[in-house]
Design a protein around this ligand. Structure first.
Ligand SMILES: Cc1cc2nc3c(=O)[nH]c(=O)nc-3n(C[C@H](O)[C@H](O)[C@H](O)COP(=O)(O)OP(=O)(O)OC[C@H]3O[C@@H](n4cnc5c(N)ncnc54)[C@H](O)[C@@H]3O)c2cc1C
Length: 457
């Protein structure tokens, strides 16, 4: 095959990990620079009977990029060119290794941006966003990644290439591929939809005396017919941690803080801000600030998006969870999450996409403490259980990967799983593209690899 396969210990160690607390042990890692090189890598792996796995920046939190033992990691970070920008059509063709934030930086001179904005956007790739159908604070009004992908060039697990296009295909295979977590092949070129930068923006920071009041205000804003561009919540412990870290100006006396952003034409932004102020005051808002300048807005979002960096100052390890619950159950499930963490003697903080009910409890720990990982896993499973019991779902945006694979039966019937497996087999009959992910064992799974997947560390 063209392009070297690297087998030195340091590279294998790095390619064996992602943003989760898991670890795999690959056979080798390669860094293709063209679609043809990706094809060569896939064909080489096939010819040797070796499973392979696509990798972007490795920021995934569900273990999706953890390689099967003995597999080939195909790392796409060197395919990082923006091939073309069509400002009239509001689209761009990009390679999978382009960083999310770089794409919006490059298109800003056309007054455009790529709407999905994960908090990891400075380091995660568009290929990873596609594979995980990623979201972000500003996906509340704009929709997650699947709403922003027009076409995909894919190297299938057979080594052939195919183009999946939303407009010209009979079946929406583009839609099927998005969120397939590397199990349907490797995206080698991606046509993204770009959206116009808003002419006016108002970013509000609202404090509440309790999480319950803040959660009720979230439901009331949406019930009022207002869909903010972002509606995020932070509890008091994470607000304190962020303030100490970046001094974003969040209220330190609040039990819950909402970041509410609306955008559009000037009059609708002014009117929307007024309505939001009225609604939150009905729910006992204790403070209300509006960012006056772009610099103030940037500081608020820096605070929100570096929350995970802030907690590194408190404990060396964290497990960032991801479930979704109905908005009206937010307060109830959050208090259950606190009770679960207390029961397992773990610190927990919450910073999350409140507008779409997407919870992100952060369990903090020091993995050097004996037995702590058992407590972390028990707490994680309980959080999944209470979220599902509240009528929620397993994941809002991080995907299933290895982390939630064994919870799939808590949510899906055997028939549901069988049909998902059949779709997977249509793309990858031999089960060699990122095997053992997402679909639990025994769900008609055709994965051939016999080596166990990566394990928790
Ligand atoms: C601090 C932090 C904050 C985060 N915040 C958010 C957030 O707000 N919203 C959110 O949705 N996620 C968030 N994430 C999770 C993560 O950043 C996203 O899932 C991201 O899209 C992963 O991109 P990546 O390039 O790192 O992919 P990787 O982690 O490398 O891979 C993820 C999955 O995609 C597959 N894959 C990668 N590239 C390709 C390709 N070209 N073709 C096919 N499959 C491919 C891999 O096999 C794997 O299954 C966060 C992570 C961190 C660490």
């Amino acid at each position: 095959m063209s392009g070297a396969v690297h087998i030195n210990t340091a590279e294998l160690f790095l390619a064996g990990q992602d943003g989760s607390n898991m670890m795999g042990s690959p056979l080798g890692v390669c860094y293709p620079t063209t679609t043809a090189e990706v094809q060569n890598a896939v064909r080489w792996a096939r010819s040797k009977g070796v499973p392979f796995i696509a990798r972007g920046a490795g920021t995934g939190l569900a273990g999706g990029a953890i390689p099967e033992a003995g597999s080939l990691v195909i790392c796409l970070t060197k395919m990082n060119k923006i091939r073309s920008i069509d400002a009239n059509r509001r689209s761009a063709w990009v390679e999978p290794g382009v960083l999310n934030a770089d794409l919006s930086r490059q298109t800003s001179r056309e007054g455009l941006h790529f709407a999905p904005d994960p908090s990891s956007q400075q380091s995660c790739t568009i290929g990873g966003n596609v594979a995980n159908n990623s979201g972000g604070p500003h996906c509340l009004s704009e929709g997650v990644t699947s709403a922003h992908i027009l076409s995909l060039e894919v190297v299938l697990p057979s080594g052939e290439t195919c183009t999946f296009d939303a407009e010209t295909s009979l079946f929406d295979l583009r839609g099927a591929f998005i969120g397939s977590e590397g199990m349907f092949g490797i995206a080698t070129a991606i046509e993204v939809r770009l959206v116009q930068n808003p002419p006016h923006v108002a970013t509000m920071v609202v404090g509440f005396a309790s999480v319950h009041d803040g959660a009720l205000a979230v439901s009331a804003i949406i019930a009022h017919g207002i869909i903010p561009s972002a509606l995020e919540m932070m509890d008091a412990p994470i607000t304190r941690a962020v303030e100490e870290y970046v001094h974003a100006g969040f209220p330190l006396d609040a039990a819950a803080t909402l970041i509410v952003e609306i955008d559009g034409l000037e009059y609708s932004v002014i009117d929307g801000s007024r309505q939001i102020r009225e609604i939150v005051s009905l729910f006992g808002a204790t403070s209300f600030q509006v960012a006056e300048t772009a610099v103030e807005r940037a500081r608020i979002w820096k605070g929100r998006k570096t929350a995970f960096g802030a907690i590194a100052r408190i404990q060396p390890n964290y497990y960032l969870h991801d479930t979704v619950v109905p908005r009206k159950k937010l307060a109830e499930v959050l208090s259950q999450v606190t009770a679960i963490a207390t029961q397992e003697q773990l610190q927990v903080m919450n910073v999350f996409h409140a507008g779409d009910g997407n919870l992100h409890p952060i369990l903090m720990f020091d993995k050097r403490v004996a037995g702590v990982m058992d407590r972390v896993h028990r707490a994680g499973a309980e959080i999944v259980r209470v979220s599902l019991e509240a009528g929620g779902v397993l994941s809002g945006e991080h995907g299933i990967g290895l982390e939630k694979r064994d919870f799939m039966r808590w949510m899906f019937t055997e028939n549901d799983l069988l049909f998902q497996q059949k779709l997977r087999s249509a793309f990858d009959p031999d089960g060699i593209s990122n095997p053992h992910k997402v679909l639990p064992r025994g769900s008609g799974c055709s994965d051939t690899a016999s080596i166990p997947p990566g394990s928790w560390i």
